[in-house]
Design a protein around this ligand. Structure first.
Ligand SMILES: C[S@@+](CC[C@H](N)C(=O)[O-])C[C@H]1O[C@@H](n2cnc3c(N)ncnc32)[C@H](O)[C@@H]1O
Length: 269
């Protein structure tokens, strides 16, 4: 069962984070009354805070990603585990932007990790995760439900063995800031594993080469301008390298890509 939060106080910044019966809320505005300032909302984040969307997510919405080549949760779980296990077996795994917890629950059921942190910005997604966990019964691996913004992770620098983010980077408001934060929290040798949508030209690019189809890709009306973006493989590789993650590996099919990159160990370590 997901652990219940009891509230926390931070001795460094003197902030207190109130208790919630469902999850621990470590977002910036947790427990803070803001009189005037309102955060500008971002579609890729706000959409999933809608309780109806959260309810529908694992009841058909997520399965709909098959159009892009997503092979389905069981296969994606197997693919992710092949990268996660070497870095994080027996350690705590963070499932960032966990949604309704479809992977968090599988990770916990595997018994391969000492704990799973199921983290998301959406309160209603965390509620869904909690309900699915309850309905499915307990696992020997504890699942901690955490409300957090991917661009401000409440983890110590170098403290995370592995971070998984299924089908989420295209929703994040600032992927570059998010990846910098993920790189910060990863331990040396730690791994980041993520899946997302490639651009509509990716299937052609798989045959002719992505460089060859880039002009076509750039000329097409693109979700780049909207609150969700589709990616070129090279952009994902660039982002990882820019934040110091190395050894970019990937598997792709049609517009689906699952990739992994590793936080290097200091030389001589
Ligand atoms: C399409 S869902 C993916 C859910 C699940 N990981 C999967 O593989 O199906 C994207 C998730 O990203 C989360 N998200 C969006 N913006 C976020 C942010 N700034 N910080 C953390 N999570 C965010 C949403 O709440 C949503 O649950």
């Amino acid at each position: 069962m997901p652990t219940q939060s009891t509230g926390l106080s931070c001795p460094r910044c003197s902030r207190t984070f109130p208790a919630s019966p469902a999850y621990l809320d470590l977002t910036l505005s947790s427990g803070v009354q803001q009189r005037v300032y309102a955060q500008r909302s971002w579609g890729g984040t706000e959409l999933f805070r809608n309780p109806l969307v959260s309810f529908a997510y694992e009841r058909g919405w997520r399965q709909g990603f098959a159009w892009a080549g997503f092979p389905g949760a069981d296969k994606e779980y197997d693919m992710a585990m092949s990268y996660l296990l070497p870095a994080a077996q027996g350690r705590v795994l963070v499932d960032m932007s966990c949604g309704s917890g479809l992977f968090s629950r599988r990770f916990a059921r595997s018994g391969s990790f000492s704990g799973v942190v199921a983290a998301d910005f959406s309160e209603s997604m965390l509620q869904q995760t909690r309900e699915y966990c309850r309905a499915e019964g307990g696992t020997s691996t504890p699942i901690t439900l955490l409300r957090a913004d991917v661009a401000r992770l409440p983890f110590a620098t170098g403290g995370v063995a592995a971070l998984h983010a299924g089908a989420a980077i295209h929703c994040w408001p600032n992927p570059q800031a998010a990846l910098a934060e993920i790189s910060r929290v990863l331990a040396p040798g730690g791994v980041f594993v993520a899946s997302t949508f490639l651009t509509a030209t990716a299937p052609l690019g798989a045959v002719l080469g992505d460089d060859a189809v880039r002009p076509l890709s750039r000329a097409m009306p693109s979700p780049r301008a909207s609150s969700m973006r589709y990616w070129e493989e090279a952009e994902l590789r660039d982002l990882c390298e820019a934040v110091g993650l190395q050894d970019f590996r990937r598997q792709r099919d049609w517009q689906f890509i699952l990739f992994a990159a590793t936080k290097p160990r200091p030389s001589g370590a």
